[in-house]
Design a protein around this ligand. Structure first.
Ligand SMILES: Nc1ncnc2c1ncn2[C@@H]1O[C@H](COP(=O)(O)OP(=O)(O)OP(=O)(O)O)[C@@H](O)[C@H]1O
Ligand SMILES: [Mg+2]
Length: 463
C-alpha cells in the first residue's frame, strides 16, 4: 500500500507513512477539517520518512532510514511529541541545516551520522560519511552522551560512543590534539600534484588576469608537465628563476607560498584521500586548529573533487557489473559530505577554492551517489546553486528575513509568510525544528531526538 498524503486546505503538510500494513481507514482530506481531533489521533499513529518519495516507499518500505526525531503537534503549551520521523538514507540528498547560534544544528547533524553508523551492515557497508569540521566538535562522537542520560531515558534511548568515527587532523597540529587528549586516528595531507593552478589563484584571491596569477599558473603548470614530483620550494624556485616575472611578482608569490608551506598540509606526496575513506565509517577532517580558512577551503575542495572522481569511476564499474548480471561490488562507497559553516566553503557572493567542487556535488552528485549536508547559521550566505538543489531543509529558529527568504527559495510552492509562521511558532525548546521536504512538498515541525554520543559543541558556561 502506498503512503497516503494529507492536505490541510491548499497547504501540503505531511506525507504520512503507515507504521504497519494495517488496514486502517484513512479519512479523505475534505473531511479532515471537520474531524480535527480524529485527524490528530490518526496523525499520531503514522510515521514520516523525510526524503522518501511515494514510489520509493512502495519499493523499499522503511529500509535504510534513520530515526531523527518526533513530530511536534500543537503550539505553545499544547505542543507535544507524537510519532517518529525518519530520514531516507537510501539515496543521496542535498540537506540544509540552518538556525541561529546554539539552536541545535551540529547536534542534529551528529544525529544523522549516528543513524548512518547504526544502519544494518548490508547498507552501512556501502556508505561512508565525510565531515569537514572547522569547529572541532565531531571527534567527541567516539564517546557516549552520559551528560544527557535522563533525557535519553525519556526517549527510551541509551548513551553510546561510535568506534567507526575516524578523526584525521593536519600533521603539524597533531601534537596539539594529543596534548588536549583528543583521540586522533591519523593525519591528513594532500599532494601538490593534485592541485590545479586555479586552486592557488582562488586560495590566494588573485586576479585571474593579473601578473601574479599568470606567473603562478605558468610555473606550476610547467612543473606539472615535467611529470616529476615537486615541492612548494621547487615551485618557489621556479618562480624566482622565471626571467619574465618582475621582482615584486616573485616576492609576493614567494611570501604567499611560504605561508602555505608552513601549514604543512600540502606535500610532495600526500595521503590518497580514497584510502582514508572506508565503507561503514564516518571520517572527520578536523581543521579546527588549521587557522587559515583559505587552506581549509583548498584542502576541502580537493578532497571533494577526489571523492566525486572516485565515485564516478566506481559507478561505471557498478553499472557494468549490473549489466553483466554480476554481484554488485563497490570500489568506493556512496558518500555523504557534511560541511560545517557551509557559508565559508561555498559562499553566496564570491568564489573560493572549494566553491566549484561543492556546487558540482549539489548539481551532479545524485548519479554517482554523493549526498551533501550544509550546515549554516546564515542560509542567505550560502551560494544559490546549492540552495536551489536542496531537497530537504532542517531549520531551527531564524530571525533574518534574508535567511527565511533563502529557505523559501528551496520550496517555491510555499508562501513566504506561511514559512515564517512555521519558523516563528517553533516551541522554544532544544531540538525543535521545521522540516521542509521538497521531495514530497511538505513542511512540518519536529523535535530532533537526543544524541547517543557526546556533544562537545555546547554553550560555554561559567559554572
Ligand atoms: N535535539 C536536542 N535535544 C537536546 N538538546 C539539544 C538538542 N539540540 C540541541 N540541543 C542543545 O543545544 C545546544 C546547542 O546545540 P548545537 O551545538 O548543535 O548548536 P548550533 O546550532 O550548532 O550552534 P552554533 O551555530 O553556535 O554552532 C547543545 O549543546 C545541546 O545542549
Ligand atoms: Mg554548531
Amino acid at each position: 500500500m502506498g503512503a497516503p498524503r494529507f492536505e490541510l486546505g491548499s497547504r501540503p503538510i505531511c506525507h504520512l507513512t503507515p507504521r504497519s500494513n494495517s488496514n486502517q481507514v484513512i479519512p479523505s482530506p475534505q473531511k479532515r477539517t471537520i474531524f480535527d481531533l480524529k485527524f490528530n489521533l490518526l496523525y499520531m499513529s503514522y510515521e514520516t520518512i523525510v526524503g522518501r518519495t511515494k514510489e520509493d516507499y512502495q519499493k523499499f518500505g522503511n529500509k535504510a532510514t534513520g530515526y531523527i526525531g518526533k513530530h511536534i503537534v500543537g503550539t505553545g503549551e499544547d505542543a507535544h511529541l507524537t510519532t517518529k520521523v525518519f530520514l531516507d538514507l537510501l539515496k543521496p540528498h542535498v540537506i540544509l541545516i540552518s538556525g541561529k547560534r546554539g539552536s541545535g544544528k551540529s547536534y542534529s547533524a551528529a544525529v544523522i551520522l549516528e543513524e548512518f553508523l547504526s544502519l544494518p551492515e548490508e547498507f552501512r557497508q556501502k556508505m561512508a560519511f565525510v565531515v569537514f569540521d572547522p569547529v572541532g566538535i565531531y571527534w567527541s562522537m567516539k564517546f557516549p552522551n552520559d551528560s544527557q542520560s535522563k533525557l535519553l531515558d525519556d526517549w527510551q534511548l541509551q548513551p553510546k560512543g561510535f568506534d567507526a568515527i575516524k578523526v584525521y587532523v593536519p600533521e603539524k597540529q597533531l601534537a596539539d590534539y594529543e596534548k588536549a587528549d583528543i583521540p586522533v586516528d591519523g593525519t591528513i595531507s594532500i599532494s601538490l600534484r593534485d592541485l590545479t593552478a586555479d586552486d592557488f589563484i582562488l586560495a590566494f584571491n588573485l586576479e585571474r588576469t593579473g601578473e601574479l596569477a599568470i606567473a603562478l599558473e605558468k610555473n606550476f603548470n610547467s612543473l606539472l608537465e615535467s611529470n616529476k614530483n615537486f615541492s612548494i620550494d621547487d615551485l618557489i624556485d621556479s618562480i624566482t628563476g622565471d626571467p619574465k616575472a618582475k621582482k615584486e611578482t616573485k616576492d609576493a608569490l614567494t611570501s604567499l607560498l611560504d605561508v602555505l608551506s608552513q601549514w604543512g598540509i600540502i606535500k610532495t606526496e600526500g595521503n590518497r584521500v580514497s584510502e582514508l575513506i572506508k565503507p561503514g565509517e564516518a571520517v572527520i577532517f578536523d581543521f579546527s586548529r588549521l587557522k587559515s580558512q583559505e587552506v581549509r577551503t583548498l584542502v576541502s575542495g580537493l578532497i571533494t573533487r577526489e571523492i566525486l572522481h572516485q565515485r564516478i569511476i566506481s559507478r561505471k564499474e557498478e553499472e557494468l557489473a549490473k549489466i553483466g548480471g554480476e554481484k554488485l561490488s563497490m570500489k568506493f562507497p556512496l558518500t555523504w559530505l557534511v560541511f560545517e559553516e557551509a557559508h565559508n566553503f561555498v559562499p553566496a557572493d564570491r568564489d573560493v577554492s572549494s566553491s566549484d567542487d561543492i556546487k558540482r556535488i549539489a548539481k551532479e552528485g545524485r548519479e554517482p551517489g554523493i549526498g551533501l549536508i550544509c550546515i549554516t547559521q546564515m542560509p542567505s550566505k550560502v551560494h544559490q546553486d546549492v540552495i536551489s538543489q536542496t531537497d530537504t531543509v532542517i531549520s531551527f529558529r531564524l530571525t533574518s528575513r534574508d535567511d527565511l527568504q533563502a529557505l523559501h527559495s528551496v520550496m517555491q510552492t510555499y508562501i513566504q509568510e506561511e514559512l515564517e509562521k512555521f519558523v516563528n511558532r517553533l516551541p522554544r525548546q532544544s531540538g525543535a525544528a521545521i522540516i521542509l521536504d521538497d521531495n514530497l512538498e511538505k513542511i512540518f515541525t519536529v523535535n530532533i531526538r537526543p544524541r547517543l554520543s557526546w556533544h562537545s559543541g555546547g554553550t560555554a558556561v561559567l559554572v
